[in-house]
Write a new protein. Structure first.
Length: 377
């Protein structure tokens, strides 16, 4: 790494840390004052409230544009300082092109994009479940008060691909435990199976049923069923994983609007599982889910697009031009977020193709940033 790159990164990372910390504290403080009565009802201690917000940190980082906005403000602050001290002019006079000056910033934008993708796919769903566990830790009757959260009664869904129907008396979202599961499916040879059990638990990537009774009906009409009773039963052909069941529970009870889907923090893997489970889903719900899926894939790259927009505006020479550039950059970024919400609404309503609705803002504004950077070279 060149000395110039190290200097530019050092001048960027400090304000970036301040922006991230300041925004995060602001969001946590606002949420705390809004939900303080809920914490009192849940009888949470101060340590448990800290644990709750620690688990919700991934949600604040990626669902409120905290990371791209922090990167934007820190980058503009850094570029403004360089311009005020004529450092950018000196770099340009030394025949260093703007794209070369921007390389460390683009690297930070790329790293931020990868971090947002990982947080979206892994940390956010897990953190939301962990926060819910903390919130219901002292609930006396957890089944009654947390129905629709940790415990879910009367779960029914069908795997349209495998032609398999599930009816679950109670499903626990954290322990992946079932009470009174009932499963019916038909094999390729025409035989039909029916399984009833007192309970089931996900162990070693397989469902383990307890006190189970399996009835197998042959394809021939009038044949008596074969009955198997056992205190422990594993059926490897059951491909419905806890992630599939959770996505089914969370999605099936929602309306067909993309706004309702966004509130439950689904990973792209969970959305793909649901779409694969229901290949004949109605058009309105399928369109909204596919739009949300592409949105999940496109959202991390906002951090990279922000850098492409901020660099050409923040590097304008002269103090007046610096102010105009910063104001223009902030305005364009807000315009980007507005455009993103608008195109997602159009995609969720079926007016625009799902992939185009999600990726259009990134493509338009990234192209704009590249053109502006090329003109400012």
């Amino acid at each position: 790494m060149r000395l110039l790159d190290r200097y530019l990164l050092r001048e960027l990372l400090l304000p970036l840390g301040y922006c991230l910390g300041g925004f995060l504290i602001s969001f946590v403080a606002f949420d705390l004052f809004s939900n303080i009565s809920d914490f009192q009802k849940a009888k949470l201690s101060a340590a448990e409230i800290l644990e709750y917000y620690f688990n919700r940190t991934p949600e604040f980082l990626v669902t409120s544009y905290l990371m791209p906005m922090s990167l934007l403000l820190a980058l503009l602050y850094s570029l403004t300082n360089h311009a005020r001290h004529n450092e950018l002019t000196a770099m340009r006079a030394a025949a260093i092109p703007l794209w070369r000056i921007a390389m460390p910033y683009l690297g930070v934008g790329l790293i931020f994009s990868l971090v947002v993708f990982y947080v979206n796919e892994q940390l956010l769903p897990q953190g939301a479940e962990a926060a819910e566990r903390v919130l219901t830790r002292h609930t006396s009757d957890q089944f009654k008060t947390a129905a629709g959260k940790l415990w879910h009664p009367n779960v029914f869904f069908k795997n349209d691909v495998a032609n398999r129907s599930w009816r679950i008396g109670i499903y626990h979202m954290v322990s992946n435990t079932m009470v009174k599961p009932h499963i019916e499916w038909t094999r390729e040879d025409g035989s039909r199976l029916q399984l009833d059990a007192d309970g089931a638990r996900w162990v070693g990537r397989r469902w383990v049923f307890t006190n189970a009774e399996q009835m197998t009906y042959a394809a021939e009409v009038g044949a008596l069923p074969e009955v198997l009773k056992t205190n422990r039963l594993i059926i490897p052909e059951l491909t419905e994983t806890p992630r599939i069941i959770k996505s089914e529970i969370r999605i099936s009870g929602l309306s067909d609007s993309i706004r309702s889907f966004k509130r439950i923090h689904l990973s792209s893997g969970a959305i793909i599982d649901f779409l694969n489970l229901h290949p004949k889903l109605d058009r309105k719900r399928s369109t909204a889910l596919r739009t949300l899926l592409h949105s999940r894939l496109a959202a991390p790259w906002i951090c990279f697009v922000v850098v492409l927009i901020a660099v050409p505006f923040g590097s304008l020479p002269g103090r007046r031009n610096v102010f105009v550039g910063v104001a223009s950059s902030v305005f364009i970024c807000f315009l980007f977020f507005i455009t993103k919400d608008l195109t997602l609404a159009l995609g969720g309503g079926g007016y625009v193709a799902p992939w185009l609705a999600a990726w259009m803002p990134n493509l338009i504004f990234a192209t704009t940033g590249v053109v502006l950077m090329w003109r400012a070279r």
